[in-house]
Each structure stands twice: as C-alpha cells, then as structure tokens.
Design a protein around this ligand. Structure first.
Ligand code: SF4
Ligand code: SF4
Length: 191
C-alpha cells in the first residue's frame, strides 16, 4: 500500500514535468493583459469633468479627494468649476470601478496598468497633475462598445468622444430603439 502511494506521487510529478509552465519570468517576460483589465492608473478626461464629486461620494473606501473652485476654465453645461485637487489613493483602491460607474459625465475610467511599486505609501496617491498628463488609454471595462470596435488600450489612446457610455438606443429589448437598418422581433411587432 505504501509503495503504491509513492508511485502515484511520482506519476503526478512526472506528468507536471512534461507540462508547459504556466508562469513566466517577470519582468523580462510579460503576459498580455485583457483590454477589460481594471488597472491602477485612472484615466481622467478633464474637459468632461464638472467637479461634481459623484465619483468621490460613491467610492466605498473614500479615497478620492476633490476640491473645486468656482469660475474655472472648464465651461461645462450647468457649471463653471475648476478642479483644483483630484487625488486618488490607489494604495487603498480595490479597483471595484464604482467611481467610474457613478460618473455622470463619462470623465473617469479605469486604466490598464499594474506596475506601480513604490517605497512609500504616500507616493501611491495619483494627483490631478498626473491624471492630466497621463495617456488616455482607458480600460474597455464598462464600455462594451470599445470591445466591439476592437479597441486595445495597450496599443492606442482614445479621445473622450469615443469612450462615452453606450446609448440606450442600442438596447435590444426596447422596441423602436435600434439604429436604422436594424430590425428586431419586438420592434416589428410594435409597428
Ligand atoms: S475603483 Fe473603487 S475603491 Fe478604487 S477609487 Fe474607484 S470606487 Fe474607490
Ligand atoms: S470624474 Fe465624473 S464624477 Fe468625478 S468629479 Fe468629475 S464629473 Fe464628477
């Protein structure tokens, strides 16, 4: 009985010896990330942001700090606030994406990066200047139309006009809301 157990154990070892390894030699080798990966560097479109702070209010960890002043340079519909401070403490972030979902102006997106090792915790706070200067390569998470377009955040930047929330007229279950040229069972029954 004892010998059979050893033989079985060796069989498992031999089987795994012949398998291709699942791991890579990071950082020399890197596995490709999925475009919907929710990464650490946030993508913020300042020209879209009104400073409403909905993102900060909905963050369950309270790690977004926004300070605005009236009469700012970003004239938006219904407000003229300048965003003075927009800090995100990503050292505490759990990348849930609720701040992105809560943004009513499609100004905030998850990023695609995952390498931000620092010696000090305070260096993990992303500041408004960093957000402004960062490349605009949003994750396709919460933006399925980007996936359909084949957009890859690891290869290209995206203008804010391209990354807005998907319009409700695309909803397949709403009669008469599909784009011209498309017909569904529901819309033909309703006409
Ligand atoms: S991803 Fe979640 S935890 Fe991180 S800042 Fe946004 S709401 Fe907060
Ligand atoms: S990123 Fe969106 S939710 Fe946050 S302050 Fe700007 S407009 Fe408001």
């Amino acid at each position: 009985m004892y010998g059979i157990g050893i033989a079985k154990g060796l069989m498992v070892t031999m089987k795994n010896l012949l398998r291709r390894p699942f791991t890579v030699q990071y950082p020399e080798q890197r596995l490709p990330q999925h475009p919907r990966f929710r990464g650490e560097e946030f993508v913020w479109y300042v020209e879209r942001c009104t400073g409403c702070a909905s993102c900060a209010q909905f963050c369950p960890l309270g790690i977004i700090r926004i300070v605005t002043s009236p009469g700012g340079e970003h004239l938006q519909e219904g407000g003229t606030y300048k965003v003075e401070v927009f800090d995100i403490d990503i050292g505490r972030c759990m990348f849930c994406g609720l701040c992105v979902e809560a943004c009513p102006y499609d100004a905030l997106f998850m990023g695609s990066g995952f390498e931000r090792a620092r010696y000090r915790r305070e260096e993990l706070v992303v500041t408004v200047d960093e957000l402004k200067a960062a490349k605009k390569c949003p994750s396709t998470w919460f933006r399925p139309q980007l996936s359909r377009q084949g957009y890859n955040p690891f290869l290209e930047e995206a203008d804010w006009r391209r990354v807005g929330r998907e319009e409700s007229r695309w909803h397949p279950k709403r009669p008469g809301t599909l784009p011209p040229g498309h017909h569904s069972e529901a819309s033909s029954q309703g006409s």
